[in-house]
Ligand binder design. Structure first.
Ligand code: ATP
Length: 366
């Protein structure tokens, strides 16, 4: 990968506002809200989660009670917020939405909990980022529907018990492993959301196209789905960009040709890699013969911060089996050469998990 091929990368690619980034863009909430499925039967994919959740909710409704607390874990953009809203809708209950980082003090949580109505759904996004005192208050609230509010400070402080109405906590996390076991154990039902299959994403694209009143044929939807990195949020975002292209450059109808040309303009390739992903992979293969190479060296080569390469580009490349992290550094797998349209070096043939090129140490001594 040469400098010209990736000129100016550092300016825009700090990981925010990428077309293929899994996090929501700042201005995306209104359009996302319009595209959210409202009922469990409309929710595409995740068949196990749907089946299990359906049972949990039906049983709670039959008992005229509140549903058990639910923990949703999985990568950003897979539908955790959507599912929490569906839980509220299916239970005919109101929903309160907040997030771990917004609750820094136990008092913040006490204020929210004490204002909940009976049966209300409390959606706590990024639950792993809540402060420790708030987390400890939550244990008691989840188990006994009670909190102790501490009044005063020092030796004169007193705990005033406060009864709470029964409620259902829906916690969402991208890092279930970071939750302390006492918190994890208090959820009656834990659902792990998987990345979506291309066929499921095709259904997401068709559904969203219908809601956005865009005409898409089967091949056009498949083309968008194939580049969406297993993530409905990305599928919806790519669909909107392709819609623009179809409107400006063609007759508004999305077919394979239009989808492919549009996403070519936005530099999202047929496997969903963008410029940053390809720069990292290209540097690894072309400059370092496939590695192993240290993260700092690789980052310098593409003109990016270490964190950007490690947290923004690498997870998807690893998931796709194009790059591997080893104790000696990053290596390209043989599939990386294939993806870049280059002939594999002899060492790479038939050794899917091994370094494909000659060993090369990081220049910066990692
Ligand atoms: N199963 C699905 N079927 C159809 N659309 C979906 C599905 N899952 C998610 N979406 C759509 O993808 C977008 C993102 O979903 P959502 O906000 O629920 O993701 P999330 O997992 O909560 O993400 P984050 O962790 O970043 O908050 C929404 O517009 C939603 O409509």
């Amino acid at each position: 990968m040469s400098g010209e091929e990736y000129a100016g990368a550092g300016a825009a690619d700090d990981g925010t506002d990428r077309l293929v980034g899994p996090e929501a863009d700042s201005d995306e909430s209104a359009v996302e809200a319009a595209l959210r499925p409202k009922e469990l039967s409309e929710f595409i994919g995740q068949p196990k989660v749907r089946e299990q959740l359906d049972l949990v909710l039906k049983a709670a409704r039959q008992r005229h009670g509140t549903a058990d607390h639910v923990l949703l874990s999985g990568a950003p953009g897979l539908g955790k917020t959507t599912l929490s809203m569906i839980i509220a809708a299916e239970m005919g209950a109101p929903i309160r939405i907040t997030s771990g980082p917004a609750i820094q003090h136990a008092g913040d949580l006490a204020a929210i909990l004490s204002s909940l109505q009976e049966g209300e759904i409390l959606f706590l996004d990024e639950i792993h980022r809540m402060s420790r005192p708030a987390e400890e208050m939550l244990y008691m609230a989840m188990e006994d529907f009670r909190v102790d509010v501490i009044v005063g400070k020092g030796p004169g402080a007193t705990a005033i018990p406060l009864e709470l109405p029964p409620f259902t906590l829906v916690g969402a996390t991208t890092r279930a492993g970071l939750l302390p076991p006492p918190l994890r154990d208090r959820f009656g039902f834990t659902a792990h959301m998987e990345f979506y299959e291309p066929a499921e994403l095709e259904q997401v694209v068709h559904r969203s196209a219908r809601l956005l009143e865009v005409r898409t044929d089967a091949e056009g939807a498949a083309e968008i789905a194939g580049r969406s990195r297993g993530t409905p949020r990305i599928a919806n975002r790519l669909l909107r960009r392709v819609r623009d292209y179809a409107q400006v450059k063609a007759d508004g109808v999305i077919d394979r040709e239009i989808a492919s040309r549009a996403l070519g303009v936005y530099e999202v390739d047929e496997r969903g890699l963008d410029r940053l992903d390809r720069a990292v992979l290209g540097a690894l293969v072309k400059l370092f013969g496939g590695g192993p190479v240290g993260l700092s060296t690789l980052s310098v080569a593409v003109g990016e911060e270490r964190e950007t390469v490690e947290e923004v580009a690498e997870p998807f490349l690893v998931r796709e089996g194009l790059l591997a992290r080893t104790p000696r550094g990053r290596i390209a797998t043989p599939a990386a050469w294939d993806h870049l349209g280059m002939a594999r070096p002899p060492q790479a043939h038939g050794r899917p998990d091994s370094p494909a090129g000659p060993g090369q140490a990081g220049l910066f001594g990692e």
